[in-house]
Ligand binder design. Structure first.
Ligand SMILES: C[S@@+](CC[C@H](N)C(=O)[O-])C[C@H]1O[C@@H](n2cnc3c(N)ncnc32)[C@H](O)[C@@H]1O
Length: 353
């Protein structure tokens, strides 16, 4: 029996449950939530989804280039802290730490922040050599973050925050809920979300709508405030606010590498994600003192920042299986219609106050 389903049924007896509440239960219930259970869901074999990190080190290598440029811009501080919230298995940190060298490597300290217990186990293994060399450490989500100079970066953190889908029905806003008979759209007051949506469309049409992440301002504040100076970088699924509204953004369920909209089924056993509203994320970061905010497709970001000619020469010298893997990694992250065009990268800068 699925324990989260029992909790949900009890909750449903009290009335309709908003989709965002179901997502919070499914992902973050302290014992049975998908991101709180003991066994990890990642990777290719028999798992629910894979991320850019499963494809190879290209994302981490390009991140290393961007962080080193930030370190240079900060005038090469002796300590450059790179905080990764939602760090999961720590693979991006591992790929970053493996890619850096010289004085930047000596300055860089990687901080993994994610209370996911299965991910923590995997991260301890992935980061082992860097943990013992004091080049990496863990912080718990409840721990207050000390002010630091360096960078905050994340991969697929914001799309994992509970979010609520809204739709315009031609005359009023409706929100997606679960009732005892299934998924429904019911009229409700959208509050701040309604004002945001109205400000980001030329005119609403039937079925226009987007998702609203209630927790986003708090998470952004928590992560951006301790950054005294440096780079904020987020890689995620999502689009600008107007594009999300026009497409009618939804919640998605990933299970055994298939995707659908049945966000209330197999709670705790399936991953749930929501598109990230990059316009709102940038606007909230601006409110935290970040400037030069921009977001582009991951494929464009890689092509703009990775010295592919230089790296390509090195890849040619690798044994065939590894060379093929690097090629696949490059194609997946740079060709149209592949992973690199489904993700975006946001960057912002905090100047020394
Ligand atoms: C989709 S997974 C991504 C994991 C990893 N970045 C990757 O790409 O494989 C989202 C992760 O974010 C974590 N998470 C959610 N909210 C968080 C928060 N406020 N602070 C830190 N981690 C958080 C979850 O526990 C989960 O491990």
């Amino acid at each position: 029996m699925n324990p989260l389903n029992d909790i949900l049924q009890a909750r449903l007896a009290e009335g309709p449950v908003p989709a965002s509440e179901v997502m919070a239960l499914g992902l973050y219930h302290r014992e049975h939530g998908y991101y709180r259970r003991a066994e990890g869901p990642w990777g290719f074999e028999g798992k629910d989804y894979y991320t850019a990190l499963d494809l190879g080190p290209l994302l981490g290598q390009t991140l290393a280039v961007r962080l080193e440029a930030a370190w240079e811009r900060l005038d090469r501080p002796a300590r450059f802290t790179a905080l990764e919230p939602g760090a999961g298995r720590g693979w991006l940190g591992r790929d970053l730490l493996t890619a850096v060298s010289g004085p930047f490597a000596e300055a860089l300290v990687y901080v993994h922040r994610d209370d996911n217990p299965a991910a923590r186990q995997a991260a301890e293994a992935a980061l082992a050599p860097f943990l013992s060399a004091n080049r990496a450490r863990f912080v718990a989500e409840a721990e207050a973050l000390e002010p630091f100079v360096g960078a905050v970066f994340s991969n697929e953190l914001f799309d994992a925050l509970p979010a609520q889908p809204w739709r315009w029905d031609g005359s009023q806003w409706t929100r997606e809920v679960l009732t005892t008979v299934g998924q429904e759209w019911q009229a409700a007051d959208p509050g701040e979300a309604g004002a945001w949506f109205a400000a980001h469309t030329d005119g609403l049409e039937l079925r226009d709508g987007s998702i609203w992440c209630e927790a986003l301002p708090g998470v952004v504040r928590e992560l951006a405030a301790p950054l005294e100076a440096g780079l904020f970088l987020a890689v995620d699924y999502g689009e600008a606010a107007d594009r999300l509204l026009a497409k009618g953004a939804d919640l998605r369920r990933f299970m055994a590498h298939s995707v659908d909209g049945k966000w209330h089924e197999n709670l705790g056993e399936a991953d749930l994600t929501a598109d990230v509203d990059f316009t709102r994320l940038a606007s909230l970061l601006e409110g935290q003192g970040l400037t030069e905010l921009s977001h582009v497709e991951l494929s464009r970001w890689i092509r703009a920042h990775a010295p592919l000619d230089e790296w390509g020469a090195g890849w040619l010298a690798l044994p065939t299986p590894e060379r093929m893997r690097r090629t696949e990694n490059l194609l997946q992250l740079t060709l149209p219609n592949m992973m690199g065009s489904r993700f975006r990268v946001l960057e912002g800068w905090k100047a020394q106050g």
